[in-house]
Design a protein around this ligand. Structure first.
Ligand SMILES: NC(=O)c1ccc[n+]([C@@H]2O[C@H](COP(=O)([O-])OP(=O)(O)OC[C@H]3O[C@@H](n4cnc5c(N)ncnc54)[C@H](O)[C@@H]3O)[C@@H](O)[C@H]2O)c1
Ligand SMILES: [Zn+2]
Ligand SMILES: [Zn+2]
Length: 364
């Protein structure tokens, strides 16, 4: 089969590799029908995730069809269409028993395209299949459910739920990339009164408005703290969600919240961040961090099925699977391509209409 193989920092190839085989009785083999690229894949390619060994197939998000079953698999069948999530669950360890699948100590957690071969391939071996994949009903398309594999549960669990967003809250989302936009989309499920999106890129802020932000602030050209205080009567927001992963934005979040407010950090940080406890101790703040557990995936799937959640606007570009290298270039050059998520399809591809760059509405 063909797959996207990581060969060490800044080296990748779309090449022929052996077909995956069942290794454990709990495995299945899945034909990849749709997959996508994550910002984390770009981090891996820069060499930021040394746990990924050269020779590993990348990718941790897919929709596919089961082609082969391990001998212990009884609740899935060949031909089932399934969502393969970024998080696998052994189903037996103490973390899995508490639905903290991201922390699985039984061989699950984030393994695809990290500790084992991933999903940017024609076929993939999926361990712990019965407790890790989600059967997809006939109705939704691949593209309607694909983003349940990572960005939607990440944003909802690590951003919105950790940040305890309640009806009527005013929240700030710092960073309007795919994760920030997914945070805006899923925060609306909890009826905040106002969503303020903050980013340096006007094009991203324009998308934030499309995804449901009420107000946008370009913190490159405006004083974001002053604007937020003005918008909240001097109080600060109830929850600030960090969706970038750099020290400035974490510190900004701690300055945007009201006393008793919450900072939910979603961004992956590569260097030390200063925690200003000398200012924060008196303000009763809650700070949370997290890796996604994907425990909300079934609920989010129900919302998609019932038409209450539409993630298809994330799909800005489509490519056939064999053009994965080109898709990486487009995804990595988001400033020019305006890509949010690129869909790689093992099935025939229908082109998407070109993206019309909307003018930024910073400050509206
Ligand atoms: N915790 C988890 O489980 C988890 C899972 C997936 C991704 N992540 C992390 O979430 C973060 C966001 O992911 P993404 O794919 O949306 O990333 P992205 O790079 O596509 O988007 C980041 C956005 O932040 C903006 N930005 C950069 N610097 C800024 C600054 N100083 N102030 C304001 N905005 C700024 C950029 O313009 C961009 O729009 C990353 O750190 C990613 O690694 C975490
Ligand atoms: Zn990811
Ligand atoms: Zn486990």
């Amino acid at each position: 089969m063909k797959a996207l193989v990581y060969h060490g920092p800044n080296q990748k190839a779309w090449e022929t590799v052996p077909d995956p085989v069942i290794q454990e009785p709990t495995d299945v083999i899945v034909r990849i029908d749709s997959t996508t690229i994550c910002g984390t894949d770009l981090h891996i390619l820069k060499g930021d995730v040394p746990a990924v060994k050269p020779g590993t197939i990348l990718g941790h998000e897919a929709v596919g069809t089961i082609t082969e079953l391990g001998s212990a698999v009884t609740t899935l069948a060949v031909g089932d269409r399934v969502l393969v999530s970024c998080i696998s669950a052994c189903g037996r360890c103490s973390y899995c028993r508490e639905a903290h699948y991201g922390q699985c100590t039984g061989g699950g957690g984030w393994i695809f395209g990290h500790l084992i071969d991933g999903l940017q391939a024609e076929l993939a071996r999926v361990p712990f299949a019965e407790t890790s994949v989600y059967k997809i009903p006939a109705e939704p398309t691949d593209e309607q459910v694909l983003f349940l594999a990572d960005i939607l549960p990440t944003a909802y669990e690590v951003g919105v739920l950790n940040g305890k967003v309640e009806p009527g809250d005013t929240i700030a989302v710092v960073g309007a990339g795919p994760i920030g936009l997914a945070t805006i989309m899923t925060a609306r499920l909890r009826s905040p009164a106002k969503i303020i999106a903050i980013d340096l890129a006007d094009a991203r802020l324009a998308r934030a408005l499309d995804f449901g932000a009420d107000v946008v602030i370009n913190n490159g050209s405006e004083d974001a703290i002053a604007r937020v205080m003005e918008l909240t009567g001097g109080r600060g927001v109830d929850t600030a969600i960090e969706a970038v992963g750099v020290p400035e934005t974490f510190e900004l979040c701690t300055e945007l919240i009201r006393p008793g407010g919450r900072v939910a950090n979603v961004g992956v940080h590569g260097c030390s961040v200063t925690l200003h406890l000398e200012k924060l101790w008196i303000r009763n703040v809650l700070i949370t961090t997290g890796l996604v557990d994907a425990f909300t995936t079934p609920r989010l799937l129900q919302l998609i099925e019932s038409g209450k959640l539409d993630a298809t606007p994330f799909a800005t570009h489509r490519f056939p699977l064999e053009d994965t290298l080109e898709a990486y270039d487009v995804f990595a050059d988001a400033a020019t391509s305006h890509a949010l998520k690129v869909v790689l399809s093992g099935l025939p591809v229908e082109p998407l209409p070109p993206i019309v760059a909307t003018s930024a509405a910073a400050g509206s």
